[in-house]
Write a protein that binds this ligand. Sequence first.
Ligand SMILES: Nc1ncnc2c1ncn2[C@@H]1O[C@H](COP(=O)(O)OP(=O)(O)O)[C@@H](O)[C@H]1O
Ligand SMILES: [Mg+2]
Length: 231
Amino acid sequence: MSPTLLKFDNLVSGYGDTMVLRNVSGAVTQGEVLGVLGRNGVGKTTLMKTLAGYIEPQSGSVVLNGRNINALAPQDGLRSGMAYAPQENVVFGELTVHENLWLHLDDKDESRYASCLENFPRLGERMGQRAGLLSGGERKLLSFTRTMGLSAPLTLLDEPTEGVQPENIQRMADLVRSRCARGATYVIVEQNLEFLLSVATSVLVMDHGQVLLDQSISGISRNELEEYLMV
Ligand SMILES: Nc1ncnc2c1ncn2[C@@H]1O[C@H](COP(=O)(O)OP(=O)(O)O)[C@@H](O)[C@H]1O
Ligand SMILES: [Mg+2]
């Protein structure tokens, strides 16, 4: 049995006086994908920001690889096992596609993005263009590619397929699955059930800042999930 890579317990988190997460708990095992679902405004992005260290929880814990990382800033070395693609502000519009991919990398290793760029050739063709000229879906693909290239043990993706063309969504799923087969672990927030069900090994359904359902994908049907999303 693989070890638990990420565990979060009783997270209470929000913005100033606005409490959003109310005792949210969950976990993801190494090599697996936790899919996070829920209607708009239920706290999915707040959960991701809390896991990534952009918001410090008021109480509860985030444990990565057995270490409590609650109070660590996103750039702290102990968080380096984590890569995060936020839902908003996904790329630097004034920089080129190439700069968006390579600027933040110390090693400038050209092979990091090879598998993504093979799958998304349009991105490769537009390396010299400003990222701000890309469509919303293309910017999401760029953000996905940049995050995947970090090869982090744990990757957090917040609505990665928003606005992306169906054939590319399929390829994103293939890329996630192939990294998982080699031991990578994901937490993915998604509205696209087809994509989510094709990659997730377990699902966490949220409503009003709380967990409605947390279970293995094998025990639940698509219909049941759709019903949860309609409540
Ligand atoms: N920066 C912020 N300041 C105050 N409230 C916020 C902020 N961001 C989000 N919220 C509120 O927190 C709640 C949850 O938002 P969010 O986590 O983005 O939900 P989801 O990702 O599920 O759509 C919403 O009511 C939203 O209005
Ligand atoms: Mg969101």
